[in-house]
Structure formats: C-alpha cells, structure tokens
Design a protein around this ligand. Structure first.
Ligand SMILES: [Zn+2]
Length: 354
C-alpha cells in the first residue's frame, strides 16, 4: 500500500507563465500564489507539479486582477487524473499498435520504473480511447475534402492479446493511415462489429469504396451486413504472415540457438580481453570485433520477410571472413573457437531455405 512517505523524494517541478510582462501596461508580472499542485505519473517518472499564478505588479493597472498561469502545466495531464497524457498515449500505442498483453505492458512500465497495476492499465486504455475519440472529429474534418473526392478504403484489424479475453479493433483509412475508430469489444460477434465499428463510420457520410481485413468470418459477416456490395479483400500482409509462419518460426529457433551459443562463448572472451594489457595494440581491434558481434546478436526479425536468424548468420560469416583476413596479416591470435557454433547453423540453413 502506498504511504505518505512515498512522496518525500518525488522531484518537484514548478511551472510559470511564458510571459513575464503585463500585456496591458508592460510592468513585470509578480508571483501571487500556487494555483494548484498535484502528483503526476509521467514517462519521466512521478513528479510533483506546481502551477504558479502570476499577475501584474502595478496595483493601479486595469488588468491587475488577471491571473497568468502556465499552459504547459495544464497540458501535462487531464483534469482529475494523476497520469500524464504521455503515459496514456504510450500505453494505448503498446496495446493497439504493438498488440501487447496487459502483463507485457505492466513489465514495460516497470522497466521505466513506473509500477502501475493491471487495473490502472485498463483505466489508462479507456482514457486513451476517450482521447482518441475526442481527437478524431478534428482529424477527419481536416481530411473532409479528400474523403469527399476519393471515399474511404477501410482497413479493419482485430486482435486478441490475451487469448479468450476481450478483442481490440482498429479501423483505419488505408490510404491516409488515419485511425477512424479504435474500440475494445467483449466479443467478436458480427453484430457487435457492425454496430460499434462499421455503423459509426457509415454515419460519417463518405462513400466506402472497399474493406481490407484478415479472413475472420465474423468480420466478413459484419461487412456483408453493414456494407452490402462493398468489395472486401483479405489483407495481403495477413496472408503472407500466415503463409510464412513456418519459415519465420524455424528462423527464430535458429536465431535463439545461435545467440545462446555465441553469448556463452563471448562472455569468457570478453572477460579475458578486459584483463589483458592496455598497451597491447591488438586489444582495441578485438574489442571492436566483440562489439560488432554483440551488435549482430541484437538483430530482430519482423514477420514475414525479415528473418533475423538468416541476418545473424550472414553477419557472423562476414565477421569470420574479416577475422581470417586479420589473422593472415598476422598479429591477431586465432579466435576460431568463438565461431564454431556457426557450423551448427550450416545444417539448419539449407533446411530453412528449402
Ligand atoms: Zn499591468
């Protein structure tokens, strides 16, 4: 349970108005009082925010009673909330764009030293959706001319980060990549998709030219019901990801094996290097190789085409060739034991390519 003591070491941050002179008479503004103060959880950490109120220092000025405060302070978090807009937007992004589960989001926040409970994360997701709904009309209005001329091509994406729990949906305009609706549905029933996602978009009054989605049968039924006759195509990225799943999984397994092997061998070598004489001219070169190797191990894949295992394999081969060249020139001791694990991948590679 949180106690009052927790607030002792929270950094204080003071916000003042941007103007320093009275706009009526030009006299300097003077501090009056603290308009409000509150604790706000931001991506930087938990802060104690003070919004300071200033007014004209000339008592006879016609604007002497006008108070000036910081606009920036007001923009940090919504009224009545102890979370910053930045945290809400980040959580929403993790949830809807990166398809993270609640546990993953909790872990990401903990890594930022922001321990937030699951329940609070759910509230933050609701806040994010409310923000999105509030911002959408302006964004859609800004594109009104375009939509009137070209109509909408909808891309409908449904996901289920926690299997068996609620479904998250995002509907975007595919040409402009503009989010039209984002919603959490407690079931993926066709009538719910129709009512909560497609009908509000129909109500905007633009011509809907086509829909792209995965091949989910509930989405198909909902589109048929709400948008009869509208062309509906299966999303190519979804199809390719499904088709490339086996290759992607095999590649990931290879990457994991390679990484484990190389890291295990790199650790004692790094230790050895850190203990060698700083005067040794070879040391700098080997440290650079170690760094390049560590960098190669960080390779990350993206389904369906970016295969991190193959990338890592190629990087290792280049490093090996380069090391061989160094050895031939002389001066670099043999580092071959570090590379032998790549041989285990040789057998895997043709299998993967087939
Ligand atoms: Zn004044």
């Amino acid at each position: 349970m949180r106690t009052a003591k927790d607030n002792a070491n929270v950094p204080k941050r003071y916000y003042r108005p941007t103007i320093t002179m009275c706009p009526r008479c030009g006299a300097p503004l003077r501090w009056r009082w603290t308009q409000w103060d509150k604790y706000v959880v931001t991506l930087e950490g938990r802060l104690h925010i003070f919004s300071l109120a200033y007014s004209c220092s000339r008592s006879r000025c016609s604007g002497a009673r006008v108070l000036y405060c910081s606009v920036e302070a007001e923009q940090l978090s919504p009224k009545g909330s102890s979370f910053g807009f930045d945290v809400m937007v980040q959580v929403g992004r993790w949830r809807f764009w990166d398809h993270r589960t609640l546990d993953e989001i909790a872990a990401l926040l903990t890594a930022l030293r922001l321990p937030v409970s699951r329940r609070q994360i759910l509230y933050l997701i609701d806040d994010f959706l409310a923000l999105l709904r509030a911002a959408q009309p302006v964004k859609i209005e800004a594109q009104r001319n375009y939509f009137q001329r070209h109509g909408l091509v909808l891309s409908l994406d449904g996901m289920e980060p926690e299997q068996g729990n609620e479904m998250l949906f995002i509907v975007r305009e595919a040409n402009l990549d503009l989010t039209l609706v984002a919603a959490t549905l407690y079931s993926s029933r066709a009538d719910l998709i129709s009512r909560q996602l497609l009908e509000p978009i129909k109500d905007l009054g633009f011509r809907i030219r086509a829909v792209v989605s995965d091949a989910d049968k509930n989405i198909r039924r909902a589109v048929e019901a709400s948008l009869p006759g509208c062309p509906h195509q299966a999303c190519q990225v979804h199809c390719l990801c499904d088709a490339g799943k086996l290759t992607f999984e095999a590649d990931r397994a290879m990457k994991t094996d390679l990484r484990r092997d190389i890291r295990a061998k790199l650790r004692p070598l790094s230790r050895q290097l850190s203990q060698s004489s700083q005067a040794d001219p070879v040391l700098g070169v080997l440290v650079d190789y170690g760094e390049a190797l560590r960098d190669a191990l960080r390779a990350d894949g993206l389904s369906p085409f970016e295969l991190a295992g193959l990338q890592l394999y190629d990087s290792l081969r280049h490093l090996e060739t380069s090391l061989h060249r160094c050895e031939k020139k002389g001066g670099i001791p043999s580092c071959l034991p570090c590379w032998t694990s790549r041989l285990s991948a040789n057998a895997m590679r043709p299998r993967l390519l087939n």
